[in-house]
Design a binder for this molecule. Structure first.
Ligand code: 2HG
Ligand code: ZN
Length: 466
């Protein structure tokens, strides 16, 4: 037998090593089937020691390692790419959840825990983990941390980074660094965990984390509003910030076209109509008594003339149905054919002009394409996806370059929450100032000198050409 696979089999046992091509196939393609790759094997370690042993073996044999969680990141970060032989290392078997500490407000979890399962576990003790994503039923904590995932509650609670109190990681030479301290405050030296949050496995593998929790919400109010233009949407954001204060937990923007796609592709009914944009507004509180404040805010919104139609969910079930419209956007888009993802953020005051320019440029470049725009208006993040239709495939990279050029010009980011993965690495190279690139590449060289951690993703390794 092959000495590399033989060594892996000894360390990982039969449950931890997949080499049969049919069994490996699901790990070699992402959720959208937009990225696929090849690997020598899929590793499914059950413990941190097994991760460490496997990584040591990979280092000895010069094999790159692609860490994989729920495989729903949408940037190809968990699919093999780049140079050299590689393995996929799935964290799925490492899914233990510690006993949540409701008073210390934290919980220790392994990287393979499904986000939704952790949320359910902490809800039992009256706490919440307010990282909310459409993919939370499959996204794993390790991936959420490695990509610094965002989602719909960033406006109020911040990104995944804001919830990480402690981390355990395995470095490229197999060293285990255990920083699983259940501490809210720890300024004793370098806060190294931040190197591993959002670096998409390019520095090491996240195996466990201590996560900060928040009090559970006892009341929540959800409204769906129609507005005629983006200016009105942004004014309403200000109005709800003023009226609902820190209880404002989501302020989502959905274009009428994107909403129609959900209706047509997923068969969900839209309860309101009559504007170019929809806003899904959520306020939540750990105290009762939010209804009156929300009703007054909505009254002010209607009186301001900014809203053309709207509905306030009268029950939790209605609130869930409104959210279902938002949560089906990605699926509806996937059903509509091939699309280009653009996950941008920019200052709110530049958003309207940016959208107008993109619309005009896209019409010139690719008349058969259409924008599928939605996003987290409350935190300045737009998903400006382009459904290609009959657009010639060779135009795809030109369209993305156009969107990214305009976003850089507007002082924004080419990846607000999904990361670079393999999808945006070339664009990062093209658009990021040299000093910033050199800094990232220098850290990569120091931590992973052989470039074996997630090659071809997020940060180019030494000598790696992209
Ligand atoms: C969302 O906001 C996700 O629903 C997915 O970030 C975005 O499908 C997308 O482009
Ligand atoms: Zn998003």
């Amino acid at each position: 037998m092959d000495p590399f696979l033989d060594g892996l089999s000894q360390h990982l046992g039969p449950a931890g090593l997949v080499t049969d091509p049919a069994d490996m196939a699901p790990y070699l393609v992402d959720w959208r089937k937009a990225f696929s790759g090849t690997a020598r094997a899929v590793l499914r370690p059950g413990t941190t020691d097994q991760v460490s042993a496997a990584v040591r073996l990979c280092e000895r044999h010069g094999v790159g390692i692609v860490p994989q969680g729920g495989n729903t990141g949408l940037a190809g970060g968990a699919t093999p790419a780049g140079p050299g032989p590689q393995v996929v290392l799935s964290l799925a078997r490492m899914a233990a959840i510690g006993k949540p500490d409701p008073i210390g407000m934290m919980v220790e979890v392994q990287a393979g825990c499904i986000l939704q399962t952790v949320k359910e576990a902490v809800a039992e003790v009256g706490r919440q983990l307010p990282i909310s994503l459409a993919a939370e039923g499959s996204a794993m904590i390790g991936g959420v941390i490695s990509t610094n995932a965002g989602g719909v509650n960033v406006l109020r609670y911040g990104m995944a980074r804001d919830f990480v109190l402690g981390l355990e990681v395995v470095l490229a030479d197999g060293t285990v660094v255990n920083g699983l301290k259940p501490l809210r405050k720890d300024n004793a030296g370098l806060d190294w965990k931040h190197l591993f949050i959002g670096s998409e496995g390019a520095f090491g593998i996240v195996t466990s984390a201590v996560l900060r929790l928040a009090p559970s919400s006892r009341s929540r109010q959800v409204a769906l509003l129609c507005v005629k233009d983006l200016e009105a949407a942004i004014s309403l954001l200000g109005l709800f910030q003023d009226r609902m204060g820190e209880t404002l937990s989501a302020f989502e923007l959905i274009s009428a076209d994107a909403m129609r796609l959900v209706e047509n592709q997923c068969g969900l009914a839209m309860p309101v109509s009559g504007g170019a944009w929809f806003l899904l507004v959520e306020a939540s509180s750990s105290l009762d008594g939010l209804a009156a404040a929300m009703e007054t805010a909505l009254e002010a919104a209607f009186n301001s003339g900014l809203v053309s139609d709207g509905t306030l969910a009268a029950s939790e079930q209605q609130a869930r149905s409104l959210w279902a419209l938002r949560e089906h956007l990605t699926e509806a888009e996937a059903r509509a054919g091939k699309s280009l993802k653009h996950d941008v953020s920019l200052p709110l005051r530049r958003m309207e002009a940016f959208l107008e320019r993109i619309g005009a440029r896209l019409d010139e470049m690719a008349p058969a394409a259409r924008l599928n725009t939605f996003g987290h208006l409350g935190d300045g993040n737009l998903h400006m996806n382009v459904i290609l239709g009959d657009t010639p495939a060779e135009l795809a990279s030109k369209i993305s370059a156009m969107v990214h050029d305009l976003i850089v010009e507007a002082g924004g980011s080419i990846s607000a929450e999904h990361g670079l993965g393999q999808y945006r690495l070339e664009e990062w190279q093209r658009l990021t100032p040299k000093a910033e690139r050199d800094l990232a590449i220098g850290i990569k060289k120091a931590i992973d000198p052989n470039g074996l951690m997630n090659p071809g993703k997020a940060i180019p390794g030494a000598g790696e050409r992209i």
